[in-house]
Every structure is written in C-alpha cells, then in structure tokens.
Design a protein around this ligand. Sequence first.
Ligand code: ADP
Length: 466
Amino acid sequence: MTSNTAANVSSTSQNPLTPPEAPIMNVEQPAGASLIGGFLENNPYFQAGFGLMGVGVGLTILRQGVVLGTTALRRRMLVTLEINNKDRAYEWFLGWMANSAASTSRSKPWMRSHQLSVETMIEQRKNGSSSALFKLVAGPGTHWFKYDGAWIQVKRERETRSMQLMSGVPWETVTLTTLSRDRDLFPKLLSEARDLAMRGQEGKLVIHTAWGTEWRPFGLPRRKRPLQSVVLETGISKKIQEDIKSFLQRRQWYADRGIPYRRGYLLHGPPGSGKTSFIQALAGSLSYDICLLNLSERGLTDDKLNHLLSNAPERSFVLIEDVDAAFNKRVQTTEDGYQSSITFSGFLNALDGVASGEERVIFMTTNHVERLDPALIRPGRVDLSALIDDASPVQARTLFAQFYGGSEDISEDEVQRLAKTLEEIVEAERNAGRRVSMAALQGMFIRNSAKDAIAGCHELFVAKRT
Ligand code: ADP
C-alpha cells in the first residue's frame, strides 16, 4: 500500500496540471489507518474470511436466482391440481392409485415411496363374522407416478392443527403436478378414477354411516340381496314395494300440492324376522343406498340429527333401527360424565324437517312397537306400518324350498315333501302357542342337511313372546 502511494505521488508529480496539494491530501493517511491496513493485508485469516464471505454472498445470490428461476419455470411450465378431502374426487383418486398399485408392479412407481398409508375396510356381518381388507394408499408425503407417458408428482398433505369442525377428520389435500403440456391428463385421470369407483359399486349396495354431520360409505359395497330371498308373510313385500314405487313416481304430484316429498315406513316385529334384510334388499332392488342412523350414538345431538336427515345422499333410504331404544334423554358414560343425546321432540322435528322438495325416505324398525309414542307413528312421520312376524307355516316352507331346492344331493320332490312337513310342524307348534324366528330357521338350514333340519327343528320353537 505504501508503495502504491509512492507510485501515485510520483505520477502526479510528473503531471503539471495537477495541483500540488491534491496528492498530499489523497495519499496522506493517519498513522492508525495504515496500521489497520497493514494488519488486514498481512492477516491471512481476514483474507480467507473475506473470500468466504464473497463465496457466501455469491451462493446466496445464486440460490435466490435458482429459487426465482424455478418459481418462474414452475409457473410457466408446470400445472398443479389440488383436491381436498371434502371433495369426492379425493377418495376416487386415492382409490385409483391404490388400484393401479395392486395391478401390475410396473404401474405402481409410487409403491417405491416410503410413505404409505393403510386403509382398512371391515365388513361386519349379521352372523358376527367379519372380514378385513387392507388397501395400501399413498401416505402423506411426495410420490411420483407415470400416467399416459407423463410423470406426475403427488403431494399428500395433512393439516394437523385444524380439523373438520363436525367430523373431527383432519383436513387433507392431494396436489398433483405435471408439465403444462400434459394438463389434459388431469380430467382424463379423474374420469378414470371416478369410473373405477362407480364400477366398484355397480350392482352393489352401499351403506353409509354418520361421521359427525356427514354421511360416509361404511365398509365395502355389498352384493345386493335378491328381494325374493327375504321371505315375508304373503302380500307384505308386494304391498311395501308398490307403495314405495308409487311414491317415487309422484315427485311432481307432491310439488304441485306443496307437500314435503317424504315417506316414512315402520317395520315392527320380533328380532330375526327379516326387517333389516328386507329393507336392504328393497334398497338394492331400486338401486338405492342405505344411510344407517343409530339414534343412540354417542355425541349425536338434535342439531346433528337434523343436519344428517336433511343431507342424506341422493337416492338413499335412511334406516333407523330399534327406534324405541333411543330416547333415554341422558346417557351416563363412565369416563366423561353425562353426555347429552337426542331428545324425542328433537327427533320429531328432524323427521318433519324443513319443507323442501328433496326426496326423503325413512325406514324405522322396532321390536317393540307398543313402546313407541303415538306422536311418532302418526301419518306424515310413519305412512306405512307393517308387522314382520316370526315364521308363518308358509314362510317356513318357502324358505326351506329356497334353501335346499336346485341341489344335486336331493330330488326336487323330496324337497317339496320335506317342505310340506315343515309347514305342518310350524302350524302345529303355532297352535300350541310356540314360534320360531326366520333367523333361527335359516341358521338350522345352514348347518344341516334337509332331513336333519326337519328332524332337529323342534328344538327351535319357543313360547310366543308377549
Ligand atoms: P331383523 O331385522 O328382523 O332382526 P334380520 O333382517 O336382521 O332380522 O335377519 C337376521 C338374519 O335372519 C339374516 O341373516 C336373514 O337372512 C335371516 N332372516 C330373517 N328373516 C328372514 C326372512 N323373512 N327371510 C329370509 N331370511 C331371513
């Protein structure tokens, strides 16, 4: 530095235009400054730090440049699609991904991903048996898959801090990203996912249950049960079928008269007589879903009930089982003290609902019709009430013939002969005041050959319940 100063001095002193004082002012430094200058120049640590700082600044600028560049590039070249779990497409898409994963190993690149979730479907049957099906779906995180030649990034995110108000389910979103030029793939992919979901339900009965204030499909769609497989007393099935079919064709009639478009049915009778089976089979035969409502469910309030009844999915029957059992106004729970449940007047209000043009079909079942408040059974709330009783002689004969008919082990004549014997047994037991439920007969038929079933059926009869 000193030598530079000397050079400056010498150069200015050679220039006649430069005022003689100027170089002195420029070059002269205080003794302290030159001391610091000397120190800095000779200090290798400082020089290294300065260099590092330069590199750091450079990198920061570079990084910002890259970030800005990527953002600009993303905006111009990429297209994203966000689906949140409020939308039906959310389930369809995850189902579609799980399905493509289940097909061939080549079409499941996301399976290499380390973030998988399991969705377990449990199907609980009336006879107590159940089966579980595990479906691996893309878990929260980032996944990639190739669709129609294009790479698509899937980002599944879960909002852990807030929940959906009523259902308590966390908010989730799936964001799909691909190149702008492939944007047409999104509608295509979504239609495929929708069609797949719909195909899975075709010819099947979907049962929905309440989640907070929402209806959600419960378990896997079930195979529809043929209506004639539920054997009711002569004429009852036909009567209910005709009533509902005529109701479903009269939307305009109701609208013209300003009458709320709803119909209520009550099936009452002893347990195991086929009330629930019949309603499910009827729904299946009309391609309706079932919305199963449990009035005794924990946390169900009048408001929630009202909301649920007014927002049942289209083309569905609301099924309220054991309607007599629900009106214990307050329920004691061990852990959290008293928990409010619905009130009878709240239930009636929910049944009446707001006068809307929406179709509403409600089925209620009870084993104790005598316990029901007359206010519930009045027309407008219950328009058709039917007794579904223990096995009549004809029902028993028909069920027997359906069970054993068409089998190679036994001739058709033999089936008819034994069926007639069963009819006579049921008749005789009836006259002696003893009954058998259809469920008990079915159980006997499942476990035994035709002959053994007839031989053993006597033990199934019980004294008539009051
Ligand atoms: P409920 O609702 O009256 O208690 P379910 O419909 O739950 O009776 O029937 C219980 C079981 O008994 C079912 O597996 C069903 O197949 C059988 N079952 C009951 N009643 C009948 C019937 N009338 N016809 C055929 N099967 C029946």
